[in-house]
Design a protein around this ligand. Structure first.
Ligand code: 39S
Ligand code: ZN
Length: 766
């Protein structure tokens, strides 16, 4: 009999209960007990949903108070020693300091989890890091689940993925130097799980979907042999999970690893099945991820069943039906969507619905097709209705896309000619200061928007409130002495959702929250049809903001790649086609802004790096269309119009030439959490256009001091010519409060002024 399971369930709660409990704890408005109680309630609810759906285990270990990688470090005792915490006595408050920083401590670095919009905390590898055991939280959660009567499978981030995803901070030549300690730590952990009677452990090794070099590849067999030897044939059985891509190059390794089973992502890597299944050992489970954990289209159950049936003959009980990856990346429950129309709703499945899909497949395989016939009928109807629906195809859009030429992607002059005209026009000081776009989204702003959405205040009142906010933001920027201003984006709930709401071909949810990092969530819009801009989206706001100041006011848009990457994307046409449709819509907006005398326009592409395929052999194709999409959105303007872009939260060094190929006049880019590591890349590749490497981390409430920022700027001057260097934070300020924002920007402007003085002195001395 086939079994059914998921690799993980979203922890934030259908109504973001965890977010509100975390934030209340951070504010000091509630205590640790209250936060813990909310966590326990959510876990209990999510396990119950899994049990009620008919899964064979509930997954324990997917919960995290902030992030699952940080949680793994806390569990193993491998927290960075620079914080001075005792790993075995770590309190929740300490754990949050690791994640968010404090007056004394920089936060741990945060970066994207593979190619998702989820951010994890980057382990800090030093020679003295320990793996001798840490907090008991996982063990407590297991006890909780059992007390509720559930059959438990424990999920862990695997040792090699954990090591790989960290960064060497000091004292190590190679991350794998830590292997003996790490393995000992996992052995200890597995023993304890065994002692507690755990029979099944899912051990996530998604790095197998990357192109690993020999050192990493070769580490798998000995590591798993050691973990297995320790268990000496006794429980828990290890299920090694791979996801986010195909792993067929490791087919031989996976067949021979001493683990009880292996999980494959058949959504991302449909083609790998044949190669891996051939000669699959008689004693190994094969868990097949057939329900998409990264998107929310309803599964074509017939199609999947057809694929699974022949395998059942081969695998029997050893066939497990699963989600492709953890369901962390999709919203919790479609039942909470009252605003989506019934047709669209019938096309979708959120995490809760996906549980039912997995179980329907399992039951159909196990000879109980009659019990789940209704599910199959509904799935069939959804596929048919999606294929034939008239709301998906827009001939206007398709015709325009077909007519795009290479020239549409090129500015009329090269950078040198453009920047000369732009400088003559704007007369900015050396090291111009600016911000990334958003200013604090205060409770007042959000409440006003919530009241507007509920119909308690009218459209004009809402506009008035937002305009008032813009007035305040402009006034503060003038006081601060910033050189290039922004309107602050108060009217935007989220930079992607806001545009999605105004474009055709997009649907948006009322409650489709997905965790992005810590307590922060997004509601990714759903792209279901051809994308079309019926009217201007931002022009009124930018125009209004420009009337308030004589300084340049940057227009503010989200770029095509990010609009795509942070949405749930249609799966019935290539991603690049959708990206180019969005690019054309944005191009019209950019041209409209220019016509309205907005002379600087920022087109944010924070997800540009995130969209990069995990395997480098797929890079050229992606980079080609992604760069083209950006350029098409930007290239409709004249030479004097200054195009900015912004990127954050990724490692950029390996794609610098393509970032340069986007040919934005100015890029502001996140660098401060990694102490300007970006600049290392400039050794090989000198970025040609203007650049503002972020001088402070906006994701931490800590206020940076003038000296720190001045130091970073001096570092930047080492590789960026003075004439090309801008001064700005790492990213937008929407998540910050006003007092810390104001103070930080005051310090930043001061740092820029000091730099100008230095240059002046250098010039005099010369
Ligand atoms: N899509 C996306 N991905 C991204 C980013 C991003 O900005 N957008 N930034 C990077 C980092 N990630 C981030 C993700 C989310 C947030 C963020 O601030 N999210 C907000 C939600 C934003 C939002 O949609 N807000 C809505 C709804 C806000 C809300 O909760 N309203 C209350 C009512 C108002 C109140 O009383 O507060 C409610 O509905 O219950 C609005 O402003 O209208 C949050 O979690 O708090 C920040 C950074 C990478 N990925
Ligand atoms: Zn950013």
């Amino acid at each position: 009999m086939a079994l059914a399971h998921v690799l993980g369930f979203p922890r934030i709660g259908a109504h973001r209960e965890l977010k509100f409990a975390q934030e209340s704890f951070w504010k000091g408005a509630s205590d640790e007990a209250a936060l813990r109680a909310t966590g326990a309630t959510l876990r209990a609810r999510h396990w119950q949903a899994q049990a009620d759906a008919g899964l064979d285990f509930v997954t324990v270990g997917d919960f995290a108070w902030y992030d699952q990688v940080l949680g793994t470090l806390a569990l193993l005792g491998a927290i960075p020693s620079r914080f001075g915490f005792d790993p075995k006595q770590l309190s929740l408050a300490d754990y949050f300091i690791l994640a968010r920083g404090s007056k004394q401590h920089f936060a741990m670095e945060m970066t994207k989890w593979f190619d998702t919009n989820y951010h994890y905390l980057v382990p800090e590898w030093t020679a003295d890091v320990q793996f001798n055991g840490g907090v008991d939280w996982l063990h407590d959660e297991i006890a909780e689940a059992r007390a509720l009567g559930h059959k438990v499978k424990v999920a862990l981030v695997g040792p090699l993925t954990l090591l790989y995803q960290g960064k060497i901070k000091s004292g190590l030549g190679h991350k794998l130097d830590l292997l003996p300690k790490v393995v000992a730590g996992y052995q200890q952990l597995l023993q304890r799980l065994h002692a507690a009677g755990i029979e099944s452990v899912q051990i996530d090794e998604p790095i197998l979907a990357l192109e690993l070099d020999a050192a990493w590849r070769n580490a798998f067999a000995p590591v798993y042999a050691q973990l297995n030897a320790q268990l000496s044939g006794s429980a828990p059985a290890l299920l090694l999970t791979t996801y986010f891509g195909e792993v067929s190059e490791h087919a031989e390794l996976l067949r021979s690893l001493p683990v009880a089973g292996v999980h494959l992502d058949l959504v991302r890597g449909a083609d790998q099945l044949e190669q891996i299944v051939a000669g699959w050992p008689q004693d190994k489970v094969l868990s097949l991820g057939v329900v998409d954990g990264r998107n929310l289209w309803r599964t074509d159950l017939d199609q999947v069943l057809t694929k699974l049936k022949p395998l059942q003959a081969q695998l029997g009980d050893r066939l497990w039906v699963a989600s492709s990856c953890s369901l962390l990346h999709v919203p919790v429950d479609l039942a909470n969507e009252s605003k989506l129309d019934e047709e669209l709703k019938s096309w979708l499945a959120f995490a809760t619905q996906k549980l039912a899909e997995i179980v329907a497949l399992k039951l159909a395989l196990n000879g109980k097709a009659a019990e789940v016939e209704a599910q199959f009928v509904a799935s069939r109807a959804a596929q048919a209705s999606r294929r034939s629906s008239s709301r998906i195809h827009n001939p206007l859009v398709q015709k325009r896309l077909a007519a795009v030429t290479a020239a549409d992607a090129e500015r009329s002059a090269g950078f040198d000619a453009r920047i000369a005209k732009q400088q003559a026009k704007w007369q900015l000081p050396a090291f111009p200061t600016t911000t990334i776009g958003s200013f604090p989204q205060t409770a007042e702003i959000r409440q006003a928007r919530a009241a507007y959405k509920r119909g308690e205040i009218g459209h004009l009142d809402y506009l008035d409130k937002m305009r008032e906010e813009i007035r305040i933001v402009v006034e503060k920027q003038e006081q601060l002495g910033l050189d290039v201003l922004v309107h602050g984006e108060p009217e935007r709930n989220d930079m992607v959702e806001y545009f999605g709401e105004q474009l055709w071909g997009y649907a948006f949810t009322a409650n489709g929250w997905v965790q992005s990092y810590g307590s922060r969530c997004v509601k990714p819009p759903v792209i279901y049809g051809d994308v079309y801009r019926p009217e201007a989206m931002t022009v009124g706001w930018s125009q209004f903001a420009q009337t308030l100041t004589a300084k340049p006011m940057k227009g503010m848009l989200t770029g095509p790649v990010t609009m795509l990457q942070w949405s749930f994307v249609r799966d019935d046409q290539p991603r690049e086609t959708t990206a180019l449709q969005i690019a054309l819509a944005l191009r019209d907006e950019v041209c409209d802004l220019e016509k309205a005398n907005i002379g600087m326009i920022q087109i944010d592409e924070p997800a540009f790096r995130e969209g990069l395929p995990l395997k480098s052999r797929d890079w050229p194709h992606y980079l080609d269309w992604a760069v083209r999409a950006f350029k098409i959105s930007a290239a409709g303007v004249g030479d004097e119009t200054q195009i900015h872009t912004h990127m954050c939260y990724s490692e950029f060094n390996d794609i610098l030439p393509w970032i340069a190929a986007m040919d934005a006049d100015v890029i502001t880019i996140e660098t401060s959490r990694s102490d300007m590591e970006l600049l290392d890349g400039f050794g090989e590749f000198a970025y040609p256009n203007d650049i503002g490497p972020g001088v402070y981390d906006i994701h931490s409430p800590r206020v940076p001091q003038v000296d720190e920022m001045e130091r970073l700027l001096r570092k930047a001057r080492g590789v960026i010519p003075d004439a090309r260097l801008w001064v700005n934070p790492d990213c937008g300020l929407k998540t910050r409060g006003w007092p810390e924002t104001y103070e930080a920007l005051e310090n930043m402007v001061l740092a820029a002024k000091r730099l100008r003085q230095t240059v002046e002195q250098e010039r005099k001395a010369a």
